[in-house]
Design a binder for this molecule. Sequence first.
Ligand code: ADP
Ligand code: MG
Length: 530
Amino acid sequence: MPARGAKWGRVADQRVQQLQHQVRVKEERIVELETENSILHLKLAEYQEMIGKSNREATRFYFLYNEKQYLQRNIHSTLIKLYQVIQKLKQDIKEFHSSCLELIRNYQDQYRVCLSEIVTAVHRTQLYNEALQSHQSRAVHLEKCLQEINEQYQIEKQKRKLLHNSLVELKGNIRVHCRIRPLLPFDNEFDDPVQNSSLCEKAIHAVDDETVLVKCNRPGHPLINKTYNFERVYGPAESQRTVFGEIRPLLMSLLDGYNVCIMAYGQTGSGKSYTMLGPHLPDDPALSLDSHGDLGIIPRAAEELFRLISENPSRSPEVEVSIVEIYNNEIFDLLAKDSCTLVSGVKRDVITTKEGKKELSRLTYKSVSSAVALMGLVAGGLRLRVKHPTLVHTDSSRSHLVITVTLTAASPPDSSHQQPNPMLKELICPSAPRTAGGEGPRASRRASSPGAGPVGAAGPPRQAQARLQLVDLAGSECVGGDAKLLVMLCVSPCQKHLAETLQCLGFGSRARQVQRGQAKRGVPASGKSK
Ligand code: ADP
Ligand code: MG
């Protein structure tokens, strides 16, 4: 029994060992399989990852595919549009091409026309050029002729000046005219009609245009029957125009470079202002001779002066004006404004220069370019003469007015070869009186410079100057040099003014004696001396 058990034990052991072996084999197999399983898991994971990747790729490709599809669709529609545009462009190009051809054809036609026109124009230009050349040579010839004529004209002008001056000198550099005014209503005023009826009778008569007869045959008085001769006698009926007609040549002398002085002399009420200015104050400077036939010498001279200037615009002189009033031995500058009171009409002093000449200090000169402007200044001055507070006076004969018009012109460039002409010398080296300092006229500021020597000397261009003085009193300020002086004696025809009239006529005769004295000293004797 134990043996059997042992046997069974052995068998069991063997069996156990077998089973254990099998278990071990199995376990090994399990390990193997587990390993294999792990490997497979790993592979599975790897494949899963690959599948995921592939899925993502597939999705990306899917999107790409969709995009492509979309693009393809877009490209397709764009292609269609492009095709349409290309078709349209083709059509346009076709049309453009045909219109280009048309244009080219037109241009060709026009070109041909233009070319023929150009050819004609060139031909015409050649003709014009030939004509121009012939005109040019004619112009050169004409220019030469003009130059010759101009030179001849200058010579003739100088001759004219000399002749005019000789004519004026023949009439006398100092001329005395006498104007007898008409009897006027106021000549009867304040007279006792019974006792003094003869006083209003005419005692002064113009016998002819050179002779005044003073005839007075009053009871109880010595008989007066006396004649006076003057260069010109104006009767009561003679007009302002006639009076100025005799004076007009002096304006030409002024433009020739001579100083001219015209002064009215006579007793109060004898017609000085009437003769010099006219019956009215020239309030309206725009008034012309047409509207006022009775204008006096001053407005007529202003108009004549600017008329003569306008005749030769190439050498227009500058015209400057000064207006002075002399009252009670005091001199007032009627164009100056007092800087403190702003009142016009400033007192001026007479000063003596180093050369011993009497001159006015700081006299105002105003430039004018027309007769209207000149008369505007005269009107202003005259209004001031009446209104100025320091000049209030009832006796107008004590107030003397001096209007000075100064002409300043540049010397002609070719004056050097005309030196022998004494008048030109006068133009270049004026002997007109000069003011000291102040706003003197240009010529006095410049011609008195060291460079102002005789004509032909080197130096800056010189200026010529001439002055016209219009005065209402007797005086001899302007006599001297080649100045031309005209004294207009104004007389009343009345017996009651006889004393003053005789005095006035006597003054005129004495003035003529001065002229005759000059003639004896070398001025050619005038055939008019009586
Ligand atoms: P004066 O200036 O010499 O004192 P006016 O010129 O004032 O004198 O003349 C005095 C008056 O005589 C004025 O009323 C003026 O109009 C008049 N009169 C002067 N001369 C003439 C004349 N020739 N014809 C007409 N009236 C004249
Ligand atoms: Mg007067």
